[in-house]
Design a protein around this ligand. Structure first.
Ligand SMILES: *[C@@H]1O[C@H](CO)[C@@H](O)[C@H](O)[C@H]1NC(C)=O
Ligand SMILES: *[C@@H]1O[C@H](CO)[C@@H](O)[C@H](O)[C@H]1NC(C)=O
Ligand SMILES: *[C@@H]1O[C@H](CO)[C@@H](O)[C@H](O)[C@H]1NC(C)=O
Ligand SMILES: *[C@@H]1O[C@H](CO)[C@@H](O)[C@H](O)[C@H]1NC(C)=O
Length: 336
């Protein structure tokens, strides 16, 4: 009878033991004389529970958990152990996160250290799981484009970051969700490219971009592209001047005037006017932009006639606070 009872207890102990070992990543022993160095095993991130069951601890050994490398393993793991116990468990305090662990070091590493003794070093491989979606850095992306923007230009770049630590899980691909505008496409790095000339009446494009990882986790953002047109009201101006005359040119049908429109409104942003060239070029120095702000042109030296009746003066307008915005016009000067 006594033998039977002992046998039952052994079976129960054996079952408990198997159960505990299965629920932990590994079963180990420590050595408080020489220390030890053990790879406990591999586990997918998100794991919660026992990491290691330490058995056969000597009655006079005293253990504590010590971090290794820069991250504080003590916020992830705890040692369940009281002095004199013959076994101990290292278990998680919170789910293991591969992103947090692998940003510092390839493995989760820690030491079960003996008081006044050596370290027992442990390595756990925490495998990355695709648990992070790509996230756009902004929910809205806005830009304004000049109507004259060159086909093939990158007009805007959107970026979504996927925090997963391995490339297979963090690679992001971008697309535009239907209805896809005919004038734009998105490329691999999130660049939005103008694929047609903006030569018609669209003034604004609003569309949705999708960022997706290999597992289909995704995010969207809204892109608003407003088309602006910086231009002169008239592209060919005329002026008449006597061959001996100097002074301000009278320009028809109106004074030089360039401005920015977005389809609805014209802005009154300051513009700077300049003369870019004069044909024939020997008359270049006869003309001066008298007032760059108002576009008034003066003839500083009489033009003479010398068989020439018409001179072409090329004018450029530049937006004062954005020198990339320019518009061109021509003043045809007739000498009378
Ligand atoms: C750990 O030790 C306690 C008592 O010393 C025992 O009850 C328990 O079964 C042991 N567990 C393992 C996994 O060895
Ligand atoms: C973009 O434009 C939209 C609509 O006009 C506006 O709601 C949003 O706040 C703008 N976003 C940024 C980043 O300017
Ligand atoms: C653009 O708009 C103007 C005025 O609204 C109109 O006369 C013209 O036909 C339009 N052009 C195109 C290509 O739609
Ligand atoms: C984006 O994610 C949602 C779930 O959040 C899913 O239903 C949808 O199919 C995904 N879209 C794409 C294009 O992968």
């Amino acid at each position: 009878m006594e033998k039977m009872a002992l046998f039952s207890v052994l079976i129960i102990l054996a079952c408990l033991h198997v159960h505990s070992v299965r629920s932990a990543i590994g079963s180990t022993e420590i050595n408080c004389v020489r220390g030890s160095n053990i790879v406990v095993g591999s586990i997918s991130e998100g794991y919660e529970g026992d990491v290691e069951i330490i058995t056969n601890i000597g009655p006079y050994d005293r253990l504590y958990l010590e971090p290794h490398m820069s991250y504080n393993v003590l916020t992830m793991l705890e040692l369940v152990y009281s002095a004199g116990d013959s076994n101990a468990t290292v278990r998680t305090i919170r789910p293991l996160d591969a992103e947090e662990i692998k940003k510092d070091y390839t493995y989760l590493t820690y030491h079960v250290t003996c008081f006044n003794g050596p370290k027992n070093s442990r390595i756990v491989n925490v495998m990355d799981v695709n648990d992070n979606p790509p996230i756009f850095q902004s929910k809205t992306y806005n830009t304004t484009l000049l109507k004259s923007t060159i086909q093939g230009s990158e007009v805007l770049k959107v970026t979504a970051i996927d925090k997963d630590i391995t490339e297979g899980n963090n690679r992001v691909s971008y697309s535009i969700l239907p209805p896809v505008p005919a004038d734009f496409t998105i490329v691999g790095n999130g660049g939005i490219i103008l694929i047609k000339h903006l030569n018609y009446n669209s003034t604004q494009y609003i569309f949705t971009v999708l960022a997706r990882d290999a597992g289909g986790l995704n995010d969207t953002a809204t892109v608003t592209i407003t088309i602006e047109h910086f231009a002169f009201d008239v592209c060919l101006y005329n002026a008449l001047i006597g061959e001996k005359q100097v002074g301000r040119l009278d320009i028809t049908p109106e004074d030089l005037h360039a401005h920015l429109h977005d389809g609805h409104t014209s802005s009154s942003k300051p513009v700077v006017y300049s003369i870019t060239s004069v044909i024939p070029s020997e008359f270049q120095n006869n003309f001066k932009m008298e007032n760059p702000k108002y576009g008034t042109i003066s003839v500083t030296t009489a033009l003479g006639r010398e068989g020439i009746e018409k001179i072409v003066v090329f004018i450029q307008a530049t937006l004062q606070d954005d020198a990339s915005k320019t518009a061109n016009a021509v003043v045809l000067v007739t000498i009378v």
